[in-house]
Ligand binder design. Sequence first.
Ligand SMILES: [Zn+2]
Length: 326
Amino acid sequence: MGVARGAQGTHGGPSRSANFWGPVGPSGPCGPCSELYFDRGPDHGCSAPDCRPGCDCDRYVEYWNLVFTGYNMGEDRQLTTLPAQNIDTGMGLERVAALKQGVDAVFLTDQFRPLIELGEEIADKRYGENRQVDVALRVLADHSRAMSFLVADGVLPSNEGRGYVLRRIIRRAARFSRSAGMEPPFLERFAARTIDLMGGTYPELHERQEVILRTVGSEEDRFNRTLDQGLVLVEEAIGRAEEEGSKVFPGSIAFQLHDTYGFPSRSPARSWRSRTDTRYGRLRLVDERPAQAGATGAERGRCLAGGHRPLCPCHRSSHGVQGIRA
Ligand SMILES: [Zn+2]
């Protein structure tokens, strides 16, 4: 059943093999790890002669991991022994559920499937037939649970801290749903199904049902209005570029789309609506001319060049209330 991969280098210092975990950032606690796999049998495998745990195919499912946190990695990448060592052990509850229920993925277990089915119904598409749709349905199923529980715990969408995390989750769900061809609004239905599905075990979902539905619905509404405004800008910019015979999407508009409307920094139109995709695709990425207000030109240039991260400092101060951010 289980196939354990032994921790390597537990004697005489660690070996930095695949069986070494961490640190999360450039420095911090880390150590050797061992992974437990479930062998689902050759029928699920790729038949390659070197197929074994860790292979990209579906045969071996990692369902448990133990990290022997014994070291601290410094900024200079040197390891020192931690004064208090521990073993961090974690089993993937939903992976075990998938194995017990004999399904191929956690999204097909009884705690996800009803949400996937709701997505199938709204999009009028089947799970498992198109990768882009599958990704969207999985994002929706996962984010529906996250947003419902966050609101149940008292979090409301905002531009800071946990409220910002919630805002991003709701807007990301809404954005992916468009790529599955869903016509909004519908996130309330996903929240309602989450409450039906999990409210028996988590009564706070029922107790906070009204505020969950209202919060999710109004945030989706705000997002859609912002998105539509941004798409008008995209269309106008593309139209102007075509008129001028330019092959370049203006960097100042790209920055505005990103900074004010939260569009992805690399491709303001791509992944939003296919009708703009084709036209946008004829243009080169974006130019890197700095826009006017806020951060310095150098910072803007870096962001438009695609180095942006969600908490990139050049966006924090001036980010609009309507931010979507990918
Ligand atoms: Zn394989």
